[in-house]
Design a protein around this ligand. Structure first.
Ligand SMILES: [Mn+2]
Length: 442
């Protein structure tokens, strides 16, 4: 039975609460007044940068968008405090009184797994909404049952979701607004060059922030997880992991993401592994699985680096499975490409689009849930050390849509995030099931 939340979902109270805080600027919001101050400070700086109002009182849609992000900023860290803390006997089998990630009891700040939400979708080329992914996954995660059939009671190993950083939120809003303006005007937009420059600078700030955060977690012996956002979100995290020594990346995706730049954006979601290969010499092995939509140039780049990049087009696997080869064999064979220290980069569009119908760039014919999770089970069983992971491109609805949805519409609106939350729990399981130090293998 799904656990759900006692006393209604997360959606209901989120918008109005944040709206009050934003409107008054003096509403009591726990200890996070300083966070709101940092947010407004960043917004002011960014407004100067892009030469436009981000929180314009005249633009209702922008305001809603800002509030949407802001609600995640203001609400999420405080929701646990609205519950009795701690209740006399927290039972993982019962509906949780907490609106934390997976409904876990609060107070896990020093948990082994630390998750950073990166609400970023400024460079999305097709569908938007992955910036709402972290909040949507958080919201959907409370209904998961906590005993994983393979990884067991993952939650006991400690999982902590950080609140959305105020500066990061400001940069994200500014980059998205700049991207919107670009899209309206196209290449003929009079401010084309300066808007592109702004998005690039904001992306760099974002990546540097994510890198520093990840570095801190790794130094403290924790397992960092980046919750995107589009697939440009974890660039800094992979840089941080690679700065600790040689690493491999297990990359699950429909796309190779090896374009030098996409639609003019150097830090595009479609360029992350081009950038990783360029910027991280210590990333010595990249294994891309689930791949089924790529350009000739990208494939050529893969072909030219046989010892460093191994990409298996999914149709190639599917053909062998049709001919009777066990999936598990193909999987084990592929994983031998990886070294001992692994970062997992999971783009949700690796999955069949019925599992992520609203993701930015869905592609038919992806991995089933069972296949994708089998890859994670097999990776964990191989004894490799998982340094950290990212989960990207999960779509989330705007809170307005959620608040207005009736009981029949809600499961459909939350479907992408429901699947995302389950993949996130699997990633936590995989990362903590592996050997704590790089155990040697033959
Ligand atoms: Mn991708």
């Amino acid at each position: 039975m799904a656990r759900g939340l006692t006393g209604g979902g997360l959606g209901s109270g989120m918008g109005p609460f944040a709206m009050r805080a934003l409107a008054s600027g003096e509403e009591k919001c726990g200890d996070d007044q300083s966070e709101i101050g940092r947010f407004h400070g960043t917004v002011k700086k960014c407004e100067k940068e892009i030469g436009a109002k981000i929180l314009s009182p005249h633009s209702f849609s922008q305001e809603c968008e800002a509030l949407e992000f802001h609600s995640a900023l203001v609400m999420l860290p405080h929701m646990p405090e609205e519950s009795p803390s701690p209740p006399p006997a927290w039972n993982p089998d019962d509906a949780s009184p907490y609106a934390t990630l997976f409904g876990l009891p609060p107070g896990a700040e020093d948990a082994r797994i630390q998750i950073l939400p990166v609400p970023w979708d400024a460079t999305c080329s097709y569908g938007r909404g992955t910036a709402h992914g972290p909040a949507a996954i958080h919201r959907a995660s409370v209904q998961l049952d906590l005993l994983d059939p393979v990884f067991g009671e993952v939650w006991r190993r400690g999982i902590h979701l950080h609140s959305i950083d105020a500066e990061l939120l400001g940069w994200s809003l500014a980059a998205r607004l700049a991207a919107n303006r670009l899209q309206e005007g196209g290449a003929e937009h009079p401010d084309h060059t300066s808007l592109m420059g702004s998005i690039q600078r904001l992306s760099v700030e974002r990546s540097d922030f994510v890198q520093a955060w990840t570095q801190t977690q790794l130094t403290q012996g924790r397992i960092p997880g980046i919750l995107g956002g589009d697939h440009s979100s974890p660039l800094g995290a992979i840089r941080a992991a690679a700065s600790t020594g040689e690493i491999s990346v297990l990359h699950l995706d429909a796309h190779l993401d090896q374009r030098p730049a996409y639609e003019g954006f150097e830090e595009s979601h479609a360029s992350i592994f081009f950038n990783v290969l360029e910027q991280c010499p210590q990333m010595t092995r990249l294994l891309s699985l689930g791949i089924r939509d790529y350009s000739a140039g990208e494939w050529e780049r893969v072909r030219r680096q046989p010892g460093r990049v191994h990409a298996i087009p999914l149709p190639q696997w599917q053909k062998q499975v049709f001919e009777g080869r066990p999936f598990t064999e193909l999987c084990d064979e592929a994983l031998t490409f990886l070294g001992d220290r692994v970062w997992i980069s999971f783009d949700i569009d690796a999955l069949s689009p019925d599992l992520c119908p609203h993701t930015g760039t869905p592609v038919p014919g992806g991995l089933s849930f069972a296949e994708a999770t089998h890859i994670l089970h097999a990776l964990a069983a191989s004894g490799r050390q998982i340094l950290g992971f990212d989960l990207c491109e999960v779509w989330g609805p705007e809170s307005e849509a959620l608040n207005e949805a009736n009981a029949e519409e809600l499961p459909r609106l939350e479907w992408d995030a429901n699947v995302g939350a389950r993949i996130l729990y699997k990633l936590c399981g995989c990362a903590t099931a592996s050997a704590p130090t790089g155990a040697s293998r033959c």
